[in-house]
Design a binder for this molecule. Structure first.
Ligand code: MN
Length: 301
């Protein structure tokens, strides 16, 4: 179960008191357990306020615990349970791994990164928090990515929106575009470091993957493993996912600055709203330089 613990001030407690007034659980106050009160939100997050000699603490428990805690501290992060501290890395020797970012986001490019990780670097990577890559906040990602980029050999492949949309109009798909980017990134890393084993965060059937590559001159098809949630199992994929995310976030930041609008991630209703605002500002045609035309969000416009 996802949980977040926040240290809070008396002032925040007062605000929480008001904010959760109508969702408080009756009879939840248990001074003998240092519990001031508990509340339950419509998203099934249970908030427990503790008061002890060490100060005030708010515990958020439930599937949307992280979201709820962000109301109070935008830098809050999930509690790490002790038995999950170390990822179950399946391969601990020198390796190449690739992952992509931006495929679920209406705005921004598709970014694929392949990295070469050596066995001797794993301790350092764990110390940076790579073994917990799924739980890293964007703030933490921006903090460790530069260190990773200095530490490992990596190749990035960025497919900007203009190029992406061109390919879609030519009949390509998200997955065929991704396959090309992964193959190119892996090839380039292998050219630098030699024929090391490759691991790919799997996003489609392996046969499909190779069918997308059939016209390529060079294909990485030996000593390669595909696995979904690859970043949990292979440190090289985890490193690539962190570097790719940080490159993607930088691109989004640059777009936000250029357009004077904060660009939201994902493909939600909020994204539709912002797309409308930008479309009014620069026109629907120019908007295409920033979005992916095969998303429903584009049809919603
Ligand atoms: Mn992935």
């Amino acid at each position: 179960m996802a949980s977040v613990t926040l240290k809070i001030t008396n002032e925040t407690l007062k605000k929480m008191d008001e904010f959760y007034a109508s969702s408080k659980i009756e009879g939840s106050s248990k001074p003998e357990n240092y519990i001031l009160w508990q509340a339950k939100t419509i998203d099934d997050v249970v908030i427990t306020i503790y008061s002890s000699s060490k100060g005030l603490k708010a515990l958020f428990n439930g599937p949307s615990a992280l979201n709820e805690s962000h109301i109070w501290d935008e830098n809050a992060s999930l509690n790490v349970s002790k038995h999950k501290l170390k990822a179950e890395w399946l391969y601990l020797d020198d390796q190449i791994g690739s992952d992509e970012v931006g495929t679920g986001d209406f705005f921004g490019p598709v970014v694929v990164v392949a990295s070469y990780v050596k066995a001797s670097q794993l301790d350092y990577l764990r110390r940076l928090g790579v073994d917990d890559s799924k739980r890293l906040t964007d703030k933490k990602i921006k903090e460790i990515a530069p260190k990773l980029m200095e530490e490992v050999i990596y190749i990035k492949q960025v497919c900007p929106n203009t190029k992406y949309n061109e390919q879609i109009e030519l009949g390509q798909t998200m997955n065929s575009i991704k396959a090309l980017l992964h193959n190119n990134a892996l090839l380039k890393v292998r050219n630098k470091v030699g024929n090391e084993p490759c691991f790919v965060d799997q996003f489609c059937d392996v046969d499909k993957y190779y069918s997308y590559l059939q016209n390529q001159k060079q294909i990485v098809n030996t000593n390669i493993t595909f696995k979904t949630k690859g970043e949990t199992y292979y440190p090289s994929v985890a490193v690539s996912s962190i570097i790719a995310r940080s490159i993607f976030l930088d691109e989004i930041d640059a777009m936000s600055a250029a357009l004077g609008v904060t660009i939201p991630l994902g493909a939600s209703l909020k994204v539709d709203e912002v797309a409308k605002i930008i479309s009014r500002k620069i026109g629907k045609d120019k908007l295409k330089d920033y979005i992916k035309i095969n998303f429903v969000n584009y049809k919603n416009l």
